[in-house]
Structures are given as C-alpha cells and as structure tokens.
Design a protein around this ligand. Sequence first.
Ligand code: PMV
Length: 360
Amino acid sequence: MLEKDFIPSSYTYDKEKGRIQYTAPSNIALVKYWGKKSNQIPANASVSLTLDECRTVTTVVYTKLAKDTTDFSFDLLFEGKPREDFKPKIETFFRRIENYLPFLRKYHFSIDTSNSFPHSSGIASSASGMAALALCLMDIEKQLAPEMEMDYFYKKASFLARLGSGSACRSIKGTIVQWGEHNEIKGSTNLYGIPYPYTVADVFKSYQDTILLVHKGQKSVSSTVGHDLMHGHPFAKNRFHQAHNNLIRLRDIFAEGNLDDFIEVVESEALTLHAMMMTSIPYFILMKPNTLSIIEKIWGFRKETGNHLCFTLDAGANVHLLYPDNEKNIVNQFIKDELIAYCENGQYICDRIGEGAKKL
Ligand code: PMV
C-alpha cells in the first residue's frame, strides 16, 4: 500500500450525525523506535507487545455542520472535564490527517476520552489515545463508505494513528505488532503496524507485564525532542543497524520460545534506548535512582532463582517487568517483597499481552 491509497476519492453516503466508541490499548516495544524521518517515518523498524489492561476509551459524537469550517470544529473532554490544553495536539493531528479524511471539515466532533491508568502515572497515553481516536474516525469513514474492506479499515486506522504518535500505530491490533520496513520481515512497512507475520511460541501468548510506577511526574524531555536528537547523533547509524539485527534475532526467539535470548535482546534494547539519550547533545537521563535499583534487584533474582523475569523501559523512569505466565506466582511474591518499595506510593499495574482495540 502507498500513502495515496489512503486518500478516498468519494463517499457513497452522507450522514447527519452519529456516535462511536472505541477502546484501544497501550503497547510496549521490545525493539525500540527512537529516531524518525519527516512525516512520522521511523528511522528503524520496531516490534511491540500489545497490552490489555492499560487502555483509552474514546467516544466521538459527530454532527454535520451547515457549511464546511476553515478551522476544525471540535470540543474535548478528558476524564469528563474540558481540557483546552490538550486541543492543540488534536488540532495538529487533524491537520496531518485531513488529506486522508476529507470529511473532517464537514462535521463538529465532541471527543470524550479517558484512560484506565492514572493520568499522571508516567505511562504514555498518546499511543492508546491516538489509536482510539483514529479508530473512531475510521468508523465514521466506514459509515460513509460501507463497502470498505476490514483489512483496509485496520491498516488505515494504524496509518492515521501513526500520524498522531508513531508508536500509536502499534496499538490497533494484538498481540505482537511490527512497524517499519525491514527487508527480512514480510509485509513490513513504514506506513502502519502489521500483526507479527511469523510463528510465535505459546509461552509468549500469555506473557505478563507488570508496570512499576517509579516516577509519576512529567518527563523532563519529551519523546519528540528525543527522536529529534537522533539526527546527527554519533551512534545513530550503529543503533539503527543494531535494531535491524535484533528484529532478525527475535524472529527465531519468538519461534523457538528461547527465553534466555529473549531476555538478552529485550534488556539490551531498553538500555540502548536510554544510552542514546545519555549520549545525545544535549544529553539527558530519564531513569531515576529507583529504576536502577529495580534493575539490579531483577538481575539478582534471576541469578538466584533461574526464573525468566526481565525488564524493559519506555522513554521514562517506570519499569516494565516481563515474564511468562507460569512464573507469575513467584514473580508476584518477589514484586511485593522486594520491588514495591521502589514505586512511588507503592503503585504498580498488572498487565499482560492483549488482543488489540475493540469497538464498544
Ligand atoms: O510514539 P512516540 O513518538 O511517543 O515514541 C515512542 C518511543 C518509545 O516509546 C521510547 C519506543 C517505542 O518504540 O515505543
């Protein structure tokens, strides 16, 4: 598919008004996307686990305007309250996607969105939020063009979500999603996320992700700034090459269920992401002392027990604990005994691999 395939020529129907509701999950990257070209094209391919519990629910009520607007016409409620400060992000999103959804200037949209996870938890809501909104808008388009195939619907939803926030394109489908062109991964593209196209061993199908909320405040440096600092970064070329190779390694790891190799790739990816931040100019650190304490505890636990608990990190201080379902009891005990002490107000979220977004 090419970008131009997402521009509709005309619609079959006209609609006066309607109401749509979708829920979309967050996702956690195993091979990280860090660095982008213009138009939200990733500098390297990435792969993620779709989550289940951490979600956004978005309702869109749309009403036909008497005439097309020059500005987009919408209002926004976040967790039941108007949020003027969130509107510029939606405005930018609408501007980026209006070519692909020509009906955007014909309607007024009332957008009501809320998250299942605490707002200031440091968990990025842009992935689940943009995915849920993209799906609502696609649903409106499908009502105007009901002949649309569902395969096209989901690809275009992921394509639109990507234009809102890169990693959001991996929050439409489950359970493992690949985004970004890779010469050894069939069907891969920079334009949207695809369900992982190769065999995945059973052990990964019920993988657990417990998110330790280490620091709930605002990040000191945004992802947008971080991505940008990969331009001219002294290690960028090697980093993109490493991500490419890690995706090849993961293909065998997923197929064979080799957990030791999985741990090595996943933890190396997390630390490399943060190493890129620490070695850019200007340099910055998003991990906190407790992030490092947790990592050391995990390594000690693994050495002592031989279990397969490992960690990954987002662009922040929180720690995602990844482990197989059949090690849940011992890991949960370890979390309670040893790790909760490092979480802000003792807070953590028990999540797992999930099936993707749903219409409500
Ligand atoms: O989607 P963005 O622009 O917020 O970037 C996300 C970047 C990471 O979360 C750090 C990595 C990833 O692949 O999700």
